[in-house]
Ligand binder design. Sequence first.
Ligand code: PLP
Length: 455
Amino acid sequence: MEKKIFLSEKDMPRQWYNIQADLPNPLPPPLNPATGEPITPDMLSPILPMNLIEQEVSTERWIDIPEEVLARLVMYRPSPLCRAYSLERFLETPAHIYYKNEGVSPAGSHKPNTAIAQAYYNKKAGVKRITTETGAGQWGSALSFACNQFGLEVKVYMVRVSYNQKPYRRIMMETWGGKCVPSPSPDTSVGRKYLEENPDHPGSLGIAISEAIEDCVTSKDTKYSLGSVLNHVLMHQTIIGLEAEKQLAMAGEYPDIVIGCAGGGSNFAGISFPFVRDKIYGKEIRIIGVEPTSCPTLTKGPYVYDFGDTAGTTPLLPMYSIGHGFVPAPIHAGGLRYHGMAPLVSRLLADGLIEAKAYNQLDTFGAGITFARTEGFIPAPETNHAIACAIEEAKKAKEEGKEKVILMNWSGHGIIDLPSYDAYMTGKLVDYAMPDEEILKLVKDLEKFPKPRLA
Ligand SMILES: *Cc1c(COP(=O)(O)O)cnc(C)c1O
């Protein structure tokens, strides 16, 4: 009856799993919005190094993790797989609930798994400096940690409201030597334009992306980096599921249900893709991506071509989307605010290999508090979505009297998100589900683009 299943460092996976090798239907290509033609790899070379572009389009099943990357991953990996005995007892469920604790990384989430890999490949390609955007700061802090490890400069454009309201992530970035500025900033022409209109502009993720990309393409030896959505990012996260697979086998278990929260899709892909592969080859297993009802991409959005960013500057990606014009409700505290979903995750949903569920924010914070009061650790608000689903499935197992094995990804801790817990506990949060009419209005704009092929 072990609480924590540790994999030894020497048994840490040495390859990433690339699900593109096993897809029943290949991914539709990204498209140039001006011409409707597929984007070729070399068109991405102004913003990404060629070695990462190669990974983005690769269909090799296994890709070696370089030694220099393994040497950094081992700072916190293999991450423990924990059996949630206290939560099980509290729920009086016969289900076995396992959570993979990605909160043990320096940045406190799964994000360093790809940040380390991306910093390494940029360094190897001769890049000296990386630009990126960040909302609440989780990605900016993970990338700052990773760039410091490889001696790269990093500049993070952080949405101004978050920069002002949530200083702790910025302080983490600076502690690791990263440079973080509030966006819009006077450092780019896009930023200056918005500041002229309004010197106190609150900023948005769309503006921050535009600034990071402008800085990248106008600076020497500089590339741009993304923390989720893209194929290579999801692949770097598969080390989570590959470890979990080995750890469950050590406990003599195999999951009936795999659960992850889904914003851009990277931690969900990380825990689930190795198990999706089993499902493709005939295993019976349920795989559930969980999102907020206030940003119901997978549960309410259509499968379309849409821009990857809010400003409409990126190639068109084939994905479930509620429209790039989406603006998160101000009351929403749980993260997972991206209007689209990773093309790989989208494709699996379109092909019926995964399921999706949405939860209201009060239910997710309630689940997070139940977790904190049983298992002790305070989860990130994003992670609470996965926990809400795991609890619901464990209750179902009780009703059915079945000893189901549930595996969830515990994507990060919530120690830097305590103000949102405070808002919940003092009754300041309310539920908000995005109305169908609102979604229809936002996706109407996408009818002019081609439809991704379904099979
Ligand atoms: C960023 C983040 C997420 C959402 O991003 P994905 O790409 O969907 O994984 C979820 N949980 C935590 C803790 C995060 O930091």
